[in-house]
Write a new protein. Structure first.
Length: 89
């Protein structure tokens, strides 16, 4: 355990940030799953709406440093590919 007051405070801050980051990452994954589940169900309208909700959440996670910008772009690209495949047939 931390011995100095400074180290104890840092430990408290790290715990608080970890919990916040965990919640934000979980939120992002939930929005991604909503799109994937709508695509698997074959519901094009619901998938499109879920995608429009998921994109700002993914971008926000990338802006905050929770995930890398390239990872955010990869998630959005793959979700969009699923949507296009669903619309195509």
């Amino acid at each position: 355990m931390a011995n100095s007051a400074q180290a104890r405070k840092r430990a408290r801050q790290n715990l608080k940030r970890r919990e916040h980051n965990h919640a934000q990452r979980s939120r992002m994954r939930t929005y991604i799953k909503k799109v994937v589940n709508a695509v698997q169900a074959g519901d094009s309208a619901a998938a499109e709406a879920a995608y429009r909700e998921a994109v700002p959440v993914i971008d926000s996670a990338a802006r905050k440093g929770l995930i890398h910008m390239n990872k955010a772009a990869r998630h959005k690209s793959r979700l969009n590919q699923h949507l296009k495949a669903l619309k195509a047939g």
